[in-house]
Design a protein around this ligand. Structure first.
Ligand SMILES: [Zn+2]
Length: 494
């Protein structure tokens, strides 16, 4: 009898996943191949399907099945966990009234259009009233969801469950303390040469190199593909159909490779989620921070290491005849690891990147608890950029208007970027300890053992283990800034 209920729950959740994955196909197409005139109807199609998915999930029949299953002692541990997580998801979803969802989606759409305009006119004032409205609604959302201690926790937990403001404050303060003097010291040193990273790198050759590197990291092209888009991203319709996109600039060799490795890292995680849990929490990524840890690990710990480039140096030289002739892998390694404080987050290096995140996090917290007015964002932003990075912000387009996130109402999202990098360093430390000879494997292009390790420790669990449990199991402790700091000092100290 109970078994019937679990079957019913599973079938129901899979139906919802089918609708959501159909939305994902439409959204992927929107960013890759859709002709511009298709935009209006596409928006309508996505919104219709979103409504269907929402109604399916909030159906009282499903709620009843979940409530019954909660008291069912015959379920296995992973079945129990799936049921509990779905029940929690449902409870959270029910807190949003239809009126609130409509109000916020209208506010987001208006804020987004205002942001596009404000950025092109370089005028924060155009964005200000719409952002103000959105911040008010986000405060309301935090109240609806409920929280302990700080309203920001409610929003942060939408992306990083169980992570709190007080944990994050400690992490970020430690990171600041370590990185500020370290970056100053690096800035006093002579910068390596990097002129060879600019010039002409034919698109076709870059594309092919990207594919080769993805194959080398064991991204399965029978269960995924790569296409082009303006902003690289990863999406999945199932673990057996994972889509990556990349962006190529012919004049700048810094763009393509690390976007491929980054998205490839996200893609490997998606391909590693268990198909047996399709549609259930056990088949979903555990958090954005853990997702980002996978992309960062492949992009930075592997893809910006000397061993990796020693191994791939001949390939790069062959792909671009004459470009890197008198250079060594060491020259290349130095050029791709330059540290330089800058204004734009997405162009920042591995170290200064975190200040871009911390600044946004600090501002978001102040907005949420009401101690900062939206009108004062530019002044606070510019001051923090000067205090932390020593750079002067010339205008709002290069300052507080650069990112899309706030116009999308994504408050609480930014910290997951840094949390992901910190997890990446921590996991990689233990991967090196447990996989004998990992460095030389990386040099030989034998990346399978690392992937298998990540599969076993992280990917296969979906949401059945929390981020904290994953960290405890791998490292015997929760997230700790020390591993990133050690990694950074060893790498950049040289
Ligand atoms: Zn990412």
């Amino acid at each position: 009898m109970n078994y019937v209920n679990y079957e019913k729950y599973t079938a129901w959740m899979r139906k919802i996943a089918d609708v959501k994955n159909a939305i994902a196909v439409l959204s992927w197409d929107q960013e890759t191949y859709q002709p511009s005139m298709g935009a209006d109807f596409r928006g309508q199609q996505i919104s219709t399907l979103s409504g269907l998915a929402h109604d399916l999930f909030l159906n009282p029949e499903l709620e009843k099945v979940l409530a019954d299953l909660q008291t069912d002692t015959s379920l296995t541990d992973s079945q129990k966990k799936n049921v509990q997580l779905s029940f929690d998801d449902l409870k959270r979803e029910k807190k949003y009234s239809t009126a609130f969802v409509e109000e916020i989606s209208k506010a987001i759409s208006e804020a987004y259009h205002a942001w596009v305009k404000a950025r092109s006119k370089n005028d924060f004032k155009t964005f200000e009233p719409k952002l103000k409205k959105l911040v008010e609604l986000k405060r309301k959302e935090a109240e609806l969801l409920g929280y302990e201690n700080h309203p920001y926790n409610a929003l942060l937990n939408l992306y990083e469950p169980l992570q709190t403001v007080s944990d994050t404050d400690v992490l970020f303060d430690d990171l600041k303390k370590e990185l500020v003097p370290f970056i100053k010291k690096i800035a006093e040193k002579k910068q390596p040469k990097n002129d060879f990273m600019f010039g002409h790198f034919p698109k076709q050759n870059q594309w092919q190199l990207g594919i080769e590197l993805l194959k080398q990291m064991n991204f399965d092209f029978n269960a995924g593909r790569q296409d082009e888009s303006v902003h690289p991203f990863t999406t999945a319709f199932a673990p057996t159909d994972v889509r990556l996109t990349t962006h190529i600039e012919e004049k700048n060799f810094y763009t393509m490779i690390w976007s491929c490795l980054h998205e490839g890292g996200h893609g490997l995680y998606e391909q590693g989620l268990p198909t047996s849990h399709y549609g259930l929490p056990g088949g979903e990524a555990v958090s954005l921070g853990i997702h980002e840890s996978q992309s960062r690990l492949w992009e930075n710990m592997v893809g910006r290491s000397l061993n990796y480039w020693k191994g791939n140096w001949k390939t790069v030289q062959q792909f671009f005849p004459g470009k890197f002739e008198n250079l060594t892998a060491v020259d290349f390694y130095k050029a791709i690891n330059m540290v330089e404080p800058s204004l734009i987050r997405i162009e920042a290096d591995e170290l200064t990147y975190h200040f871009h995140v911390i600044i946004r996090y600090e501002i978001e917290k102040l907005l949420l608890d009401g101690s900062l007015e939206v009108a004062d964002i530019p002044a606070v932003w510019n001051k923090k950029y000067f205090d932390y990075l020593g750079v002067k912000v010339p205008n709002d387009a290069m300052g507080c208007l650069q990112d899309i996130h706030w116009s999308h109402g994504s408050f609480g999202y930014f910290p997951t970027y840094t949390i992901g990098s910190l997890y990446a360093a921590q996991f990689f430390h233990f991967a090196k300890k447990e996989i004998a000879g990992l460095d030389s494997m990386i040099e030989n292009g034998d990346l399978k053992p690392l992937l298998e390790w990540l599969r076993k420790k992280i990917h296969q669990h979906g949401r059945l283990k929390s981020a904290k449990e994953i960290s405890e199991d791998i490292c015997g402790e929760p997230l700790n800034v020390k591993y990133f700091v050690d990694y950074a000092k060893e790498k950049f100290g040289n």
